[in-house]
Every structure is written in C-alpha cells, then in structure tokens.
Design a protein around this ligand. Structure first.
Ligand SMILES: *[C@@H]1O[C@H](CO)[C@@H](O)[C@H](O)[C@H]1NC(C)=O
Ligand SMILES: *[C@@H]1O[C@H](CO)[C@@H](O)[C@H](O)[C@H]1NC(C)=O
Ligand SMILES: *[C@@H]1O[C@H](CO)[C@@H](O)[C@H](O)[C@H]1NC(C)=O
Ligand SMILES: *[C@@H]1O[C@H](CO)[C@@H](O)[C@H](O)[C@H]1NC(C)=O
Ligand SMILES: *[C@@H]1O[C@H](CO)[C@@H](O)[C@H](O)[C@H]1NC(C)=O
Ligand SMILES: *[C@@H]1O[C@H](CO)[C@@H](O)[C@H](O)[C@H]1NC(C)=O
Ligand SMILES: *[C@@H]1O[C@H](CO)[C@@H](O)[C@H](O)[C@H]1NC(C)=O
Ligand SMILES: *[C@@H]1O[C@H](CO)[C@@H](O)[C@H](O)[C@H]1NC(C)=O
Ligand SMILES: *[C@@H]1O[C@H](CO)[C@@H](O)[C@H](O)[C@H]1NC(C)=O
Length: 351
C-alpha cells in the first residue's frame, strides 16, 4: 500500500472508532426475482425483458418482518418494487418478490395503471407503504403516489400528480391536524406537498435551492425539513408549519456544507441526521441539536459506486442499510444496527 493510502486507511479507522457496529443480514452475488414459474423466468430471460445482472437497489423501507426495496428501472428490470423477509432460516439470500404483485408491474395493456418506476419509499405509523412512482412520459402517464396497506397488501390510494417523472424521495408528516407528505423531485427549485385527507398536492417554491434529498426532524411541534441540493454540498432547512398551512413559497435557511452531495437523508428519533453521499464510500451524520458538523458514521473501503448506500429506520429504532457495488462480490449486502443505545441515550429526543 502506498503510504498516503495507509494514512487514509488509519484516519478512517480512527474516525470510525465511535461509529456503529453493523450486523450483516444478507449478501447477494446474484439478485433474482421470484417468478411465478421457471417457464416465465426462462421466457423473460430469453426475450431480454429480464436481465438480473442489472438489478440495482435505490431506496429501502422496513416494516414488521419485511424489507422493501425500490430498484433502478433499467431496461431489463421489469419490476421496480420488491420485498423480502428481514431474516431467513437458511444462509442463502432471499429472492426478490415483486410487490404488491407481479401483475401491477407488468400490466402492459394498462400502462398508466401500473407501477412504472418506483423511487422513494416510506412506511407510516399505521403500517402503510408510501411509494413514489415516476409514471411514464412516453405514454403520458402522470407521476403517482401509491399508498399500500401492508397488513393486507391492498392499495388504499393512488394519487396522480399534475406532472410526469422526476420523483426522488419523500417524508411523511403525521400531525393531529392531518397527514402530509413532502416530496423531493430531481433538482427542481421546489418541493411537492401532499395532503392525505384532501387527496390533493401542490408545489411549494424553494427559491435558490434545487432540491435533491429531503429529511424531517422527529418532533411534531417545531418540525424542520432538511433539504440537500443537487450537485452541491449545501444543506438547508425550512419549517414545516408554513407548509401545513398551505404556503406556496418557503425560503430555505442555509445550515452548512457536507463533504459531498447527499442523495438520501433521514433523521432518527434522537435527532441524528444521516446522509449518504453521492459517489463516496462513506455515509455521514450530524447531531441536529448541535451546530452543523459532519461525522462519518459508516465507511466501506472497497465500495466504488455512485449510489452505494440507502437506508431506512424500522419502527423499533433499528437502522437498516444497503451496501452496493455492481462490480463487487458480494454485489449487495444488507446490514443493520440498533440506534436505541442502552443507558447512554439522551432521555428525550432533541431535535
Ligand atoms: C463495536 O464493536 C467493538 C468491538 O467489538 C467495540 O469495542 C465497540 O465498543 C463497539 N461500538 C459500539 C458503538 O457498540
Ligand atoms: C419491531 O418489534 C416488534 C415487537 O417486538 C416486532 O413484532 C417487529 O417485527 C419488529 N420490527 C422489525 C422490523 O424488526
Ligand atoms: C390490468 O389493468 C386493468 C385495469 O386496471 C385490469 O382490469 C386488469 O385486470 C389488469 N391486468 C392484470 C394482468 O393485472
Ligand atoms: C397528456 O396529459 C395531459 C393531462 O391529461 C394533457 O393535457 C395532454 O394533452 C396530454 N399530452 C399528450 C401528448 O397526450
Ligand atoms: C403481502 O405480500 C408479501 C410479499 O409479497 C407476502 O409475503 C405477505 O404474505 C402478504 N400479506 C398478506 C396479508 O397477503
Ligand atoms: C385521489 O385523487 C386521484 C387523483 O389524483 C384520483 O384519481 C383518486 O380517485 C382519488 N382517490 C380518492 C380515494 O379520492
Ligand atoms: C393543529 O391545529 C391547531 C389549531 O389550528 C393548532 O393550534 C396546532 O398547532 C396544530 N397542530 C399542529 C401539530 O400543527
Ligand atoms: C396558519 O394559518 C392560520 C390561519 O390562516 C394562522 O392563524 C396561523 O398563524 C398560521 N400558522 C403559521 C405557522 O403560519
Ligand atoms: C446530540 O447533542 C446533544 C446536545 O449536545 C446531546 O445531549 C446528545 O447526547 C447528542 N446525541 C447523540 C446521539 O450523540
């Protein structure tokens, strides 16, 4: 190893000394969908509609005993939303089960009624999976929000947006006065607000900030939205009170600069903001109760991919994370770590 690499290695080891210890859950060399029959799989492989070697994970959600992943909608990846169990009796990694059903991804006769391209995923407090869907500009199918009840796998609501494409990520704001979603598209100078009770959505301008990533602080009162910019290291915040109130313009406040562009962020119940950085092999965090300061909380030396990590919190305070590199073996690993420390945690959430 050249000396400077040794130095970087030692540096990252020391910066990781206080970082969480992740448990390995699954590892895949080959990702495979669960097909209804071997014939259907063979046919899809032969006609080129199925290329398992280009299945890449994008976003994750965890609920009960199941993990949900959205997948990059490459040509040859007919299904962009799958699920599999959080544990398995065998050491073999599970197959990816199309969710909520294979048909809802393959309904060629009803292009605008299928899940075209799932992106951001969240589970709400009553066990419903919220799924952002790009729609399909080729067929003029609008972007959608699907809400699927995970207790019976029934689709409860399909909201159609006034636009097509460019969906990225969302957070869910459940208040005594109603439930809202705040949605980040790709580098638009706005976010989209959705009201569940009204089944309505509207655009809120964020002057000066091309929003990419989005996260939300835990306390319902004084709740903050955190916004990361595309191709920028800058982090901003806005108060959600005005968003709930129907404002059409929210002026973001500058918070600080990361070491890169975060593409996925989340805040845990203790007010720690986690951020996965584009094209880097580390993910960072910031304790939002303190002035902005980036800390690396996870680093995987051998990863070299634009979108290596995605993460999700389950309802028990465990952080689940993917580690992905299409050129590596294993290609995909799922790891987890409980964020509910014994004794050393602050008594109250702090954000
Ligand atoms: C991680 O594991 C190491 C070795 O087992 C231990 O020394 C360290 O305290 C652990 N860190 C945390 C945050 O649990
Ligand atoms: C969270 O805890 C509950 C109760 O112990 C359990 O039923 C559930 O499966 C857990 N969720 C996850 C994702 O582990
Ligand atoms: C395709 O969608 C139409 C309209 O929603 C529905 O009637 C039909 O059963 C669907 N086909 C499949 C295979 O799901
Ligand atoms: C796409 O749909 C919108 C809204 O329904 C409609 O106004 C527009 O004319 C459609 N465009 C095309 C090319 O069909
Ligand atoms: C919901 O779908 C998952 C994944 O396809 C399946 O494992 C589970 O049994 C289904 N649950 C119900 C209640 O149908
Ligand atoms: C919600 O709004 C969409 C349009 O975005 C509409 O198609 C759907 O029927 C509405 N659902 C309910 C339950 O009102
Ligand atoms: C709910 O609405 C009431 C009355 O408008 C307001 O006082 C309260 O702050 C709102 N709560 C939240 C969490 O927005
Ligand atoms: C929300 O709107 C109500 C009524 O228009 C107003 O009284 C209240 O001050 C507003 N709250 C915020 C946080 O803007
Ligand atoms: C975050 O900072 C606050 C205030 O300094 C502190 O009390 C809390 O323990 C910190 N949280 C973590 C997870 O370190």
């Amino acid at each position: 190893m050249p000396p400077f690499i040794v130095a970087i290695f030692l540096l990252s080891l020391s910066s990781l000394a206080s970082a969480a210890n992740f448990t390995h859950v699954f590892e895949w060399n080959d990702l495979e969908f669960e097909w209804p029959s071997e014939e259907s799989r063979t046919k899809a492989l032969e006609d080129g509609t199925y290329k398992p070697e280009i299945i890449y994970p994008r976003y994750m959600a965890v609920y009960g005993s199941r993990i949900f992943l959205s997948l990059k909608k490459n040509d040859g990846v007919p299904v962009s939303l799958v699920s599999f169990p959080t544990s398995s009796a065998t050491s073999a990694p599970p197959k990816l089960t199309p969710f909520p059903s294979l048909d809802i991804h393959l309904n060629e006769s009803e292009k605008c009624n299928m899940i075209n391209r799932a992106e951001g995923l969240q589970v709400d407090s009553v066990g419903r999976l919220w799924v952002l869907d790009w729609g399909n500009s080729l067929f003029n199918c609008s972007a959608k929000l699907w809400i699927v009840n995970l207790n019976n796998n029934e689709t409860e609501l399909i909201h159609q947006f006034s636009f097509t494409g460019q969906m990225h990520d969302l957070v869910i704001d459940e208040t005594p006065n109603g439930t809202f979603a705040y949605i980040a598209r790709w580098s638009d100078v706005n976010i989209v607000v959705f009201s569940l009770e009204r089944n309505e959505s509207w655009i809120v301008d964020t002057p000066g900030v091309e929003v990419l990533s989005i996260a939300m602080s835990p306390k319902v009162e004084r709740r903050q939205l955190y916004l990361g910019e595309l191709y920028s290291d800058e982090l901003y915040s806005i108060s959600v009170a005005a968003l709930r109130n129907g404002t059409r313009t929210a002026n973001p406040e500058f918070i600080g600069k990361w070491t890169g562009t975060p593409y996925r962020m989340l805040v845990d119940n203790h007010g720690t903001l986690f951020a996965a950085i584009l094209s880097e092999n580390y993910a960072s965090s910031w304790n939002t109760s303190q002035p902005f300061k980036e800390q690396r909380f996870h680093e995987v030396a051998e990863l070299d991919y634009v979108w290596s990590f995605t993460f999700a919190l389950d309802q028990n305070g465990t952080l689940w994370m993917t580690e992905f590199d299409k050129a590596k073996t294993p290609k995909l690993r799922i790891v987890k770590e409980s964020l509910e420390c014994s004794g050393s945690c602050p008594k109250n959430g702090t954000a």
